[in-house]
Write a new protein. Structure first.
Length: 416
């Protein structure tokens, strides 16, 4: 276990870890608070879908730019300014909600600004770990980061449910704003690393990232799979979950418990990843993605709250094991100077269908009921989990460990 904690002995990684973990203490509470801020205004599932769609739409528009920027300037600087911007946005959301005069269209506009800030945070953060620790520590560095995230995600939704039910959603959102500012302050101490793409034209850098993505068939297949799976999960869980909880299980407290169950599963998956070192990345990802359909089926069947919580625990375990295997594989298979841009392309493809999914799912749920749409989301998630295994390249994705501390990558080659 001492070896597994070795990345925390690296000062730069430890500072990055602290900043990211502080931020997630607010991020874990914010989705529950935002959902019920909209619903407490008298908003419908369609109104909530517009707010979520604005956030995702901004990420779709700016994610590639965020990735290109993170490969041109020190990623620590990007994280400082983007976190500070996100803090300003969330602070404004909190002020509007606490004023008692919030309107849905205002929350839509602020969600767009928040998504813009996140479009710069995500690729910079994903590309930072590989530069802060030696290659043989990457897997454990990813696992430690995910484990810390998930510790706070366990308590965050449940606390948010209680806060929303007692003093209202504005205070939970205000804490999210404070954690963004704190993360920006902590990350001011990150070192400025050498940037290989500094002299490259911005548009040329974008084009290079897209070409590098397209040149890897295994990457295209996995990202397309995750785009469909994430769509099913976000529509079923993030959009329709709070609506289902409000109509069938009493509201924010029940949804906080259900969301906390997912976080418990994520934590269990992170702890397992510190011990278990999977080899077949494609199989792990397929199994993990399939687990995400379990709570959607439980909600569609109007199961008791405790059954849904068990389903979210299962989904969390599968999700985290899948993410960790994929993150480590991608960091080692892709050259570091391309990693932020490739992560941005990855994220963009995943996000593209989500605004349309949100736009359709909310009105469909209002027209035909929540359960039929939940069934469709579960079916979409299951299908996306299994179809990629038909590809030889996906089945060939392996992490080969030469010893306990130095994983060596085997990137799949095309079989013609």
């Amino acid at each position: 276990m001492r070896t597994r904690l070795a990345p925390l002995s690296v000062p730069a990684y430890r500072r990055f870890w602290c900043g990211r973990v502080l931020s997630v203490t607010g991020t874990a509470m914010s989705p529950v608070a935002l959902a019920f801020a909209v619903l407490h205004l008298g908003g419908s599932a369609a109104d909530l879908s517009f707010v979520l769609m604005a956030n995702v739409g901004a990420q779709v528009l700016f994610l590639l730019f965020g990735g290109a920027l993170a490969d041109r300037v020190p990623r620590g600087r990007v994280l400082i300014f983007a976190n500070a911007a996100a803090g300003c946005v969330q602070g404004t959301v909190a002020a509007v909600v606490l004023s008692g005069n919030a309107r849905v269209f205002e929350l839509v506009g602020l969600a767009f600004l928040g998504g813009t800030a996140n479009a710069f945070i995500t690729p910079a953060a994903q590309g930072t770990v590989s530069r802060l620790v030696p290659a043989h520590m990457r897997r454990d560095a990813n696992a430690l980061l995910r484990m810390a995230f998930n510790v706070f995600k366990v308590a965050g939704p449940a606390i948010a449910g209680v806060v929303v039910a007692t003093v209202g959603p504005g205070w939970a959102i205000a804490w999210d704003a404070a954690t963004f500012f704190g993360a920006a302050l902590i990350m001011t101490g990150l070192p400025d690393e050498e940037v290989t793409a500094r002299g490259q034209r911005f548009t040329a850098g974008l084009a290079e990232g897209v070409r590098a993505f397209w040149a890897r068939p295994w990457l295209r297949i996995v990202v397309a799979q995750s785009a469909v799976g994430v769509l099913g999960w976000l529509v079923g869980f993030q959009l329709l979950g709070p609506v289902y909880a409000l109509r069938s299980h009493g509201g924010a407290v029940a949804w906080g418990e259900i969301s906390a169950g997912f976080a418990v599963g994520l934590l269990a998956g992170s702890l397992g990843a510190l011990v278990w070192r999977p080899v077949r990345v494609g199989a792990v990802m397929a199994a993990g993605s399939a687990c995400m359909a379990v709570p959607l089926v439980a909600m569609a069947a109007s199961a008791p709250t405790w059954v849904i919580v068990l389903g979210t625990v299962t989904a969390g375990i599968g999700t985290d094991m899948s993410i960790l295997a994929w993150s480590t594989y991608r960091q080692q298979a892709i050259p570091d100077e391309l990693l932020a841009r490739m992560s941005a392309v990855n994220g963009l493809v995943q996000l593209l269908p989500i605004p349309l999914g949100y736009a359709a799912a909310g009105p469909l749920a209002d027209a035909f009921g929540v359960s039929p749409v939940l069934c469709a989301a579960a079916a979409l998630t299951l299908a996306s989990a299994t179809v990629p295994l038909a590809s030889r390249e996906v089945r060939a994705m392996r992490l080969e460990h030469s010893n306990a501390d130095a994983p060596v990558l085997a990137e799949p080659t095309a079989k013609r």
